[in-house]
Design a protein around this ligand. Structure first.
Ligand code: G3I
Length: 381
């Protein structure tokens, strides 16, 4: 039972016995024991985790505290070996005003991760959708480089020694903007050109040489001309960064697998992953979930379809030795971003079922297929 502690198995078994459907054991265990996703991933040299949604809430004085939902926290700490901050390390959370920094929530998550043997993944240092309004109104072309160096350097220095990895730049690609290199016309691209990425990655590496530095993006998973254009733009950007000797270590593939939206090709995904490996980079499946807004209302139908969508993707992804981690963007339908966004919200008003556990913290077919994909994954060092 290498890499799987007896405690983890027993905790899993107790949870499974508490009314949750048992799932197929993944390692040589007793008939009444169930391995966790984190332990199963670890036996194959992979990290499994999820984002922090549902773990914190605001106390009476407005300060961040551990959420009252102890059942969800117990599920999270049982199943995950990695935690990624959903909001707490984004610029709006850290810098609510030009003069105020607030690391309380990030520190609380870092402590929760450390106390439970979890790696902590930082998301995200620069992202066009989480750049506070005051930045656009105070930073110009003459001050942009100093701002990026100061923000990235201070955050990475403050968190140094506690971070597994950072999404240094998130969602840099937008081939519909018409730029030659397919880069999104974000504030920092406009102010600094593509070298804003070089500046950010260098500042992050200087402040925390141990952290794995990632470029994270979406819309690169399927067999579709739009996704192919995005993949090529991403690879071109990575080649330019590597040619400039920028310290970039991994690509984050968000893997929001919109069920029924686009065709999937194992060969196309496998080739993309191999292209990333050929550049010497690792891959993190960084925001895995299955938006089900295009599927019929029936829960059983949705659960079968989302499980199949996830499994076909993961079987290919986990066959790639460069893939080092699988991170869900939420473990349970109880806390799902999918119901907060127009694009992923179902028109029939039914809550999304895009995560491994349902809103009662019972494992679904998604969990079964996620566990099975991890069990089938080739080992890696
Ligand atoms: O907590 C406040 C609440 O007090 C307020 O009443 C409410 C209405 O303004 O906003 C709440 O904060 C929201 C927060 O989610 C918590 O729900 C923010 O407005 C909202 O912008 C924020 O959205 C997050 C989004 O990133 C932007 O940061 C989502 O939860 C989060 O899941 C999403 O995650 C992104 C990744 O970072 C990048 N990849 C795509 C992924 C999904 O969009």
């Amino acid at each position: 039972m290498s890499g799987v502690s007896r405690r983890e198995l027993m905790v899993g078994a107790l949870a499974a016995a508490g009314g949750m459907a048992l799932v197929a054991p993944s390692v040589a265990v007793g008939a009444d024991e169930v391995a966790t996703l984190g332990a199963t991933a670890a036996t194959h040299g992979l990290l499994f985790g999820s984002c922090s949604r549902g773990l914190l809430e605001h106390g009476r004085d407005g300060s961040p505290v551990l959420a009252a939902d102890r059942d969800y926290r117990a599920l999270f700490t049982r199943e995950c070996r990695l935690m990624v901050s959903e909001l707490e390390l984004k610029m709006p959370a850290l810098r609510p005003t030009p003069t105020r920094w607030d690391f309380r929530a990030a520190d609380l998550l870092a402590r929760l991760a450390a106390d439970n043997g979890m790696a902590y993944r930082g998301h995200c240092l620069l992202w066009h959708e989480s750049t506070p309004g005051w930045v656009a109104s105070t930073v110009d072309a003459s001050s942009a480089e100093a701002f990026v160096n100061e923000h990235v350097g201070r955050v990475c220095d403050r968190m140094r020694g506690r971070m597994h990895s950072w999404d240094v730049v998130n969602e840099a690609i937008d081939v519909q903007e018409g730029t030659a290199d397919g880069l999104r016309k974000s504030l920092f691209l406009k102010l600094l050109g593509p070298r804003y990425m070089d500046i950010a990655f260098r500042a992050a590496h200087q402040a925390d040489p141990q952290a794995m530095l990632c470029l994270n993006d979406y819309g690169i998973e399927y067999d579709h001309p739009y996704h192919e254009a995005r993949r090529q733009a991403l690879l071109g950007t990575v080649r330019r960064l590597l040619d400039a000797r920028v310290p970039i270590h991994a690509i984050g593939i968000q893997a929001h697998l919109h069920a029924g939206l686009r065709p999937f090709s194992a060969a196309v995904l496998a080739r993309f992953l191999a292209d990333i490996r050929a550049l010497g980079l690792k891959v993190i499946i960084s925001e895995l979930d299955v938006p089900d807004y295009r599927l019929p209302a029936d829960a059983a139908t949705r659960d079968t379809a989302t499980a199949r969508e996830l499994r076909q993707f993961l079987d290919v992804a986990l066959a790639e030795p460069a893939v080092v981690a699988v991170v869900c963007w939420g473990l349970s339908d109880r806390y799902s971003w999918l119901n907060s966004f127009a694009e992923t919200t179902r028109r029939d008003g039914l809550p999304a079922r895009g995560h491994p556990w349902d809103d009662q913290l019972r494992p679904k077919a998604l969990h079964r297929e996620l566990l099975a994909a991890l069990q089938a994954a080739p080992g890696r060092s």
